[in-house]
Design a binder for this molecule. Sequence first.
Ligand SMILES: [Mn+2]
Length: 526
Amino acid sequence: MENLAQKLNISPFLASLLVKRGLKDPKEAEKFLIPRIEDLHSPFLIDDIKKVVKRVGEGIARRERIMITGHDDVDGITSTLVVMKTLRSFHPDVDYYIPDTKREGYGLPGELLKSFSSQGVKLLITVDSGVSDFQGAKLAKSLGIEVIITDHHEPQEELPQAQAVINPKRNDCTYPFRYLAGVGVALKFSLALLESFGGNDKGFLKEFLPLVALGTIADKVPLVGENRILSKLGAEELGLSTKPGIQTLRRMSRGGPGLDPIDDIIELLRFGHIKGGKSDIVELLSAKDSAQAEIICDHLKQSGRLWRKEAEEARKMVTREAETDGPIIVAVVPRVGVSLLGYCASFLSKEERKPTVVIGRRADLLVGEGRSPQSFDLFKAFSYCRDCFLQYGGHKRAAGFSMRPEMLKSFIDRIRDYARNHLLLPPGQEDYDLKVPLQLLNQEVLSDLKRLSPFGQANPEPKFLTPGADVQEVKEFYLGEWKLSEATIDGRPFLIWGDPPSKGKKDLIYSIKGRHRGWLCLRIQR
Ligand SMILES: [Mn+2]
């Protein structure tokens, strides 16, 4: 650790955090701290990319109408923007359509493809979607539309019958990095086109990086390898961008003294709206002036406030009704909206440090969302109960299911049985990065943390433990619409983001969120 600090000329604090993340080797640690654009792989290593470049080139020569369709989340929308900007730089006839998955479901509906065909679309490019849309590809073909699929979702054994499928997760794809987000794949595709058709790819790369970082972090892909390069450099560009949309987002998304504006921006972008295939986020990110951008941002903030109000109510209801004894929490709350189950499970699981399943109702079925601490494999637990479900899926720490109501009792028995027999590690042991006395926390730790950011999957925000901290005084106040508190801990003032600690001596686990009025701002876990 000292060796690493010396070699890289960094603080022992930062060196310990790097070592804790498995970055013991100075070369690797340096690559992580100072990622370089030159370390990105060539897009031409992706299978089928040459074929795709050739097909787009023919489309440009024949002046075909090109349509882009994308998934309606932050990753899909930023993907759409990247490919659209690229194509429009050398071809005028390009448009996009983002289906609203809540109403139109996954996959391209026949109606839509027919309307593309009647508009004279000859080439369709999917971004962040399409790899499982067998029907859509087939129908498009029968309508005389050729399809290029660019995606990062797990492909099935067979691929849809498209002109080409660009996906680093294809079994036969030899590309060296599998975990690009949809927008990472869109970037590769765009760079290949720009390189082939003589666009100014350096300038474009700079313009695309903030979009790529937003989509990559929002989509929760692991921020390692190329994703670390793209997220870090993209977050830096995002901080410098003079685009009206991004400048307005930087100014208006700040909820409080957060460390990284990119997290606040992503939070806001999640409240985007789709209408008639058009996204207000596309409009916002390509806005020509800040007045237009402000109107859209205001709209997003309003939707965010509404969501938080509903989420808060749901959270209270679930907390009130959940039995928290025993190794696993199962809360049945049919009145809570299905879209809030995951949020409630995540809250309760962190609060109680136990795996938590929150079950609601959709039509005449029950649906559940589970979240768990590092020490418990929820996906395995659900697999053990699979006889109870109609469908289930997910990962170790987040998973969901649907089932018939008459299965509820046997599910609860089974999952309790599983949890009893798969002992958790004692709480606390694995849940922090470093044990630190509060005196060690000075303003420099903020710049050290900033060097590790942006945080996300596989690069989580560091957590700290201070044993026996003495919380002496707590005073709540509002900063804009956000509740904060001032707390005196071990004789020193801190700002607390979120729920304040109770008074008295205790072991505090917390993350460091930023600085306000010269005080460090902590988010306390318990
Ligand atoms: Mn995606």
